[in-house]
Design a protein around this ligand. Sequence first.
Ligand code: 6R9
Length: 698
Amino acid sequence: SGAGKTPFGAIRRPRQSPAPGPRANLCTETQVTPSDEGAGMSEALANLLNETRQFPPPAELAANANVTGETYAAANADRLAFWEQQAQRLTWTKRWDRVLDWSKPPFARWFVGGQLNVAYNCVDRHVEAGRGDRVAIHWEGEPGDTRTITYAELQKLTCQAANALTELGVTAGDRVAIYLPMVPEAVVAMLACARIGATHSVVFGGFSADALTNRIQDAAAKVVVTADGGYRRGRPSALKPTVDEAVSNCPSVEHVLVVRRTGEECSWSAKDRWWHETVGRASVEHQATAFDSEHPLFILYTSGTTARPKGILHTTGGYLTQASYTMHGVFDLKPDTDVYWCTADVGWVTGHSYIVYGPLSNGATQVMYEGTPDTPHRGRFWELVDRYRVTILYTAPTLIRTMMKWGEEIPAGFDLSSLRLLGSVGEPINPEAWMWYRQHVGGGQLPIVDTWWQTETGAIMISPLPGVTHTKPGSAMTPLPGINGDVVDDQGQPVPNGGGGYLVLREPWPSMLRTIWGDDNRFVETYWSRFGAGAGVGDDWVYFAGDGAKKDDDGHIWLLGRVDDVMLVSGHNISTTEVESALVSHPSVAEAAVVGATDPTTGQAIVAFAIPRGSAETEGTAGAQLITDLRDHVARTLGPIAKPRQIMLVPELPKTRSGKIMRRLLRDVAENRSLGDVTTLQDSSVMELIATGMGAGT
Ligand code: 6R9
């Protein structure tokens, strides 16, 4: 295509802008400055959130649900008694003396004095109960090789790995970095650490040597568990060279344990040991010892789309209690009959809580997949659902929107009738994507649980209960039983129904982060100093989640994205999520990302990046026409003030490896700045693609 065109048609270069605009602020209700353009804006925006579609739970699910509607009131009446009851789902070697110690807020201690072993709870106790033959993991490699691991086998593997780590000098309290592809050894290594009381720090296998170095150094890890490589997009992708580079800058590392996955050659140093040799010849007997309820279980660094990564610390008893309970309640897991599949990577918190600790502590059978959703074909996910008769599927909006882009005929080509429950996590799910998920994956019948939570919260916090909640497309609905969440204004006052503001959590919860590793001050500052006692207001400590949210007229919660992603246009607060949802509701748009770019007249102006659906006409004047149509469509849906100043049609969007859109980079593009740090991007060539498209723009 010639000048002025991209593969997707005309793309417009944004205007040069002066100094940064005002910081976004979410208090729509108090901030509205009426202007001609903006008249009726609040009502218009409210329209999107007044989704009228609502879906009751299927009768059969409701009749047999693990958790019923009465639980909310019971948990409300006595929150600590409620969590104490959930802790009894686990096997403790010593019972706690106190449910919660909140005497030094915001530092919490849960199930004080209690002792348990996490690996025993996830593996051994199921074997002891006669369920050793149950499949724990149906693993499928990207090239199509498979492994079936029963609970009895998982027990042996975990014991061997625990013995091997001990032989390498790892003792309770030491840190072990795990940098692996999605192979069963990742789960085994995590459980082995838990078994001997070592604190694991899983680093996503796609991170660079620099990112790995920082994380190993911050935690002062003694051992790194890695692999020669893994399979991605149809070919082996090496990991070992990255580890070699990182380890050369990490004096704390004494040994590197290497899983052989691809069989490709790799360089070898004195610190390196093959997993299959060291673990393979270790004894399958290992006596698990119990650890204190507050013993550090893992550190997980947040993806760091903005600042220096934070080592989020989780501990033992409270974390496992809430991971286990939410698995049981939110996914209605029936371990005897369900086949569960979470498509996340173990390198993210979703993988920690809902591939490893939640499912295994409940004795679930699950699918684990190594590769990408389009290798060797775009029906790969549905093929796996079909082959393993998956009943519960947990995935991310970014994947659902990708599937929308590829077309509904792809899932239609597989038998998805085994599914009974669908879940979503990671980002706000647009109503259109929600409806598509229900329609084309759920056969127009299945309940969807849109689960809001964070690395910091450790487990799901806001979500429908599948047997109870009448769901609304795009809303995470209500805090779970035992959780106190709210939406507040700038002053920390609860907003009325219909209002918007900041999402906060008011009471400590069992799986809350305990601190930022090595930085208590940053922990207090980041999460506890915006509102409440930490801000010098009242006696109650209030957790600031960093997400914008609205309460609809029924008091249900709608997440609007990170606070930094809210735009201030002519004095109106407009959330990126709302404009993105409006764009995605147009039949020609598969996916959209919206940012606020500084603008001399309006403060910030809306700049949108849209990926057209496969069927959309975008060549030449058709592209220009589509852009006009889309701007009008947004104005009609949300009101004139939400009309984007410009829309760029692009082939891809920059995403972190966990699938979150990196709006920071798009803001750089929209404001004509050179790009910031792109190291956490899933695919760093995406920005070139977008930038090249821009360069050719009209
Ligand atoms: C679990 C996970 C946390 C951030 C969080 C929010 C966004 C996650 C969401 C959601 C709207 C949902 N987020 N789930 N936003 N609806 N259902 O993703 O943890 O990687 O730490 O990210 O993700 O913005 O603050 P993490």
